[in-house]
Design a protein around this ligand. Structure first.
Ligand code: URA
Length: 224
């Protein structure tokens, strides 16, 4: 088994089938056939390399670069958004545009800082064209990368920012408003749902609710 095949196996992305219409530049440009139990031995460099060379779904062909995630790889706090936008696609880092500035202020309110006990990632690693919501196939294809990031980080809390993140992590279709105010579970890690910063930019009146959600998250971290 070569190195690439070994990494794909770790990510449950092996064995593989070719997707119709997807150009095959590397064996990574293939589809998931079956999910296997996860194995813990994949390293950060393996995972970063796998994401960088990924062309498993149609998003990669239309974006500038993959946006892996950023921050403290042993953080207590993991914030998960939806997908890179134009600024993130250009910079290669999540939440660096207007919504990112608001997220940084949210972190500040928790006496936290990007990179310091905080990791920030998205459900999908490539910008969807025109910033549309990623579709189910794109989310399912990309999700094993986030799964592995979570396994490696082992955060004390996951904060799902908005509907796409919450639905993907909790495997439901609920509205964010209905998921707020309680502690959920993602594979043994507590998870709190709050509004996406981009929504808050449009609806600043809901900032108090986000503060409530962040206080709940703070209590969970303090009590763990
Ligand atoms: N919105 C997201 O969900 N993620 C980003 O990285 C930027 C904006």
């Amino acid at each position: 088994m070569n190195r690439e095949e070994a990494v794909l196996r770790e990510l449950n992305l092996h064995p593989l089938w070719k997707i119709k219409g997807v150009s095959i530049e590397s064996p990574l440009a293939v589809a998931v056939q079956e999910i296997k139990p996860t194995q813990p031995s994949l390293t950060w460099p393996d995972l970063k390399a796998a994401v960088k060379s990924c062309a498993l779904c149609k998003l990669r062909a239309n974006c500038t670069q993959t946006v892996f995630g950023v921050g403290d790889e042993k953080a207590d706090w993991l914030f998960v958004g939806e997908a890179p936008g134009a600024d993130e696609d250009a910079r290669g880092e999540p939440f660096v545009g207007k919504a990112g500035k608001l997220l940084d202020n949210m972190l500040l309110s928790l006496k936290l800082k990007r990179g310091n006990n905080v990791y920030i990632a998205n459900i999908v690693k490539c910008r969807p064209p025109g910033n549309r919501t990623p579709d189910a196939e794109e989310i399912n294809t990309c999700f094993p990368y986030l799964q592995k990031q979570i396994e490696l980080i082992q955060p004390k809390i996951i904060v799902a920012l908005g509907k796409t993140a919450a639905n993907a992590l909790l495997n439901n279709e609920a509205a964010p408003g209905s998921m707020r105010g309680k502690t959920h579970d993602y594979s043994g890690t507590p998870l709190v749902v709050t509004y996406h910063p981009a929504y808050l930019l449009r609806t600043p009146g809901d900032k108090a609710k986000v503060w409530q959600d962040l206080r709940l998250a703070m209590k969970i971290v303090a009590g763990s």
